[in-house]
Design a binder for this molecule. Structure first.
Ligand code: C2E
Ligand code: CA
Ligand code: CA
Length: 650
């Protein structure tokens, strides 16, 4: 388009230039008029001569001179420029012009001196030339007209061309405007589409952001309770500990909250119930959390809370209030339930170089552990000595692992005697561990430890096999009682394990008594009851150890399949001093008779206690009075044929 414009403009200026040239030509063709004027002047010269000749006055020659000079000047104009070329182009023009020049030259030279005769001769020559000159003039006028005509035609043509070019230019402009309009429409369309595209992109971006946000939310929150999860909590705690401004210290308190016995709720009331309970507990935390910086569910039945700017006393009070809040009754699926919790509290000043998030968690965990086992109100604030205890415990754990895998746990045996005949009934096998540096460690310490670190099955099997092997060496088929943890009974292979141990040692199952505690009843596990039934079916007897201490109830006696009641030593302690204790002992003895169960009384230390027990008619006795637990090698008497007699011991 631009090229076309440039071309058209150049052409336009060219045609304008041509028009100017033609107009100039039209102006120039007034030569004909100049020629006719010249003819007029010569006619006037002729007129002046004829007047002179007729009047014959001397003055009239000057009049001729005047006219002649004017005519000469006109003639000289004919000799130059376009008029000259015009005359040259005329036929006869040259001759006539030359003749006229010669006459004029003669007149000019001799006018004043020539005779009247000569003057009239020249006048005749001049008059003769007037006809052809006038013809030339009219010819010039004719030619001028033709030229003007031609020029006008050419002007018309140029005008047309000019008009066509302008029209073309206008067309171009119109085309350009049309193109621009179309372009504009296309642009608008394009813009509309890009706007739609933009909106789509915007919507997609928003969706992506929403998705990202919900993904981030899911990554940082617990799906069941909607509380922040461990990751978020950890990051938050880290930020708090790290980002405190220099010079300004914040007190940071971490509370670890663990629901007590939540597992049994899950097991007995179902997982839906358990989930609902966790949700309700979380809701209470949320409501309670106004003062807390953040609450989170760490997983399972563990929660955590972060407090800022609280001193130790405030933090512990907060924890106690929180515990009371959690312990209030819940209404779930139309049932009212309660759950307690333990809380471990650890504190630090932020920013801290030495205590980071892992360390703070560890400390709160140690406090929580202590809250569970020692604290009355189940809230414990971490103190440095707990760390030492914890480290020692960890070291002990490691040593116990080694002792169990290397079979370094020994078995001591304590004799059990028939109350009436004083004959040896059998022995109770008791685990013994002599630590390489610390010396003897009580089974009351290392048995629960083995349970906690998941090694109780190995340890139980170790004691069982050692006891069975020992029993197999005896000459008399005495009973051997082995203590069994409730965790061991959960193993579905337990009956086989027991049978294997008996078989390997070649011991009759009826000689083995397994001592269990009432805690097995707590869990009310069918599989455990099944195991007990199986054991009794293969001939092994089951004794209820520590009877009367824990959760004893008549339901225990009704539900657990067992053969022997083993009354705990705490009931024996006061029987010689206290009538009530004696009454209780009598009750248990009668109960045994009624249910046809053997009653073993343990912890007898004095002859008095022994006398009372014998008087009440219990079946079997065990205690320091008859013998402390001794090593297998010290049980030599059992290997001889000689029977133990009460008398020989007392
Ligand atoms: P337990 O089953 O009640 O074992 C009897 C405990 O009473 C033994 O303590 C024993 O030494 C002690 N004892 C016996 N006669 C008397 C007495 O006249 N007076 C007093 N005050 N105590 C007496 P020990 O050996 O320290 O065992 C403690 C507990 O450790 C046992 O209590 C038992 O529950 C557990 N235990 C020991 N060995 C094993 C084992 O091999 N497996 C399991 N699961 N538990 C074991
Ligand atoms: Ca026992
Ligand atoms: Ca006992």
């Amino acid at each position: 388009m631009i090229a076309l414009f440039v071309g058209a403009t150049i052409y336009l200026s060219y045609t304008v230039g041509e028009r100017q040239a033609v107009l100039r030509d039209v102006v120039h063709h007034n030569d004909a008029w100049a020629l006719s004027q010249t003819v007029q002047e010569f006619l006037r010269v002729g007129e002046a001569i004829s007047i002179h000749l007729l009047s014959d006055q001397p003055t009239s020659r000057s009049n001729i001179r005047l006219r002649l000079d004017i005519a000469i000047s006109r003639l000289s104009a004919l000799r130059e420029g376009s008029l000259r070329s015009f005359l040259e182009d005329m036929p006869n023009g040259q001759i006539t012009f030359a003749d006229l020049e010669s006459v004029v030259a003669e007149l000019d030279e001799t006018l004043e001196t020539m005779s009247e005769q000569e003057l009239s001769q020249d006048f005749a020559r001049l008059s003769a030339l007037m006809g052809p000159i006038t013809g030339l003039s009219s010819q010039a006028i004719q030619q001028s007209f033709t030229s003007v005509d031609e020029n006008l035609k050419s002007l018309e043509r140029l005008h047309l061309t000019f008009g066509a070019v302008v029209a073309f230019l206008i067309l171009c402009w119109c085309g350009l405007i049309l193109i621009l309009i179309r372009q504009n429409r296309l642009l608008n369309l394009e813009q509309g589409q890009s706007m739609i595209l933009n909106e789509d992109l915007h919507a997609a971006g928003k969706e992506l952001r929403d998705k990202n946000r919900s993904l981030e939310y899911a990554a940082n929150h617990d799906s069941l309770t909607d509380l922040p999860n461990r990751t978020l909590f950890w990051n938050e705690l880290e930020a708090v500990i790290r980002s405190s401004r220099v010079g300004e210290e914040i007190t940071v308190s971490l509370l670890l909250i663990d629901l007590d016995e939540f597992k049994s709720i899950n097991d007995t009331l179902g997982h839906d119930f358990g989930d609902m309970m966790l949700q309700q507990v979380s809701e209470r935390l949320r409501q309670f959390g106004v003062k807390a910086h953040i609450f989170c569910r760490l997983g399972g039945d563990e929660f955590a809370c972060l407090l800022l700017h609280n001193n130790a006393e405030d933090s512990v009070t907060y924890a106690r209030d929180l515990r009371a809040e959690i312990a209030a009754p819940y209404q779930i699926f139309g049932r009212q339930v309660q759950i307690d919790c333990s809380i471990g509290v650890a504190m630090t000043q932020a920013p801290s170089e030495e205590v980071g998030v892992p360390m703070l968690f560890k400390r709160a965990d140690i406090a929580l552990y202590r809250a569970k086992i020692t604290h009355q109100d189940r809230v414990c604030l971490f103190e440095p000595f707990m760390q030492r205890e914890y480290d020692e415990r960890k070291a002990l754990e490691a040593d116990l692992r080694v002792a169990i895998t290397e079979r370094l746990i020994d078995v001591a045996y304590q004799i059990q005697l028939d109350v009436q005949s004083a004959e040896l009934r059998g022995v109770e096998a008791l685990a013994r561990w002599t630590h390489p540096t610390r010396g003897p460690i009580s089974p009351a310490v290392f048995i629960p430890l083995a349970e906690e670190i998941g090694l109780i099955e190995e340890l139980g099997l170790l004691i069982l096999t050692k006891a069975c092997m020992e029993a197999s060496t005896w000459h008399r088929p005495l009973m051997v009682a082995v203590n069994v943890s409730s965790l061991q009974l959960r193993s579905p292979d337990f009956v086989h394990t027991v049978q294997d141990a008996l078989q390997t040692a070649g011991v009759d199952p009826r000689r083995l008594e397994l001592e269990i505690t009432e805690t097995v009843l707590l869990e009310k596990r069918d599989d455990v009851f099944q195991v007990l039934h199986e054991l009794r079916r293969v001939g092994v007897t089951v004794a209820l150890d520590d009877f009367g201490t824990g959760y004893s109830s008549l339901a225990v006696l009704r539900d657990i399949p067992f053969d022997t009641i083993k009354l705990d030593k705490t009931f024996v302690r006061d029987i010689a001093l206290d009538r009530k204790s004696q009454g209780l002992l009598e009750l248990v003895s009668d109960l045994g008779k009624l249910l046809e169960k053997e009653v073993i009384v343990e912890g007898i230390e004095t002859a008095e206690q022994h006398a009372i027990v014998r008087h009440l008619g219990c079946n079997t006795v065990q205690g320091f009075l008859f013998g402390h637990p001794v090593s297998a090698s010290d049980l030599g008497a059992l290997r001889s044929n000689s029977a133990f007699k009460m008398e020989s011991l007392t």
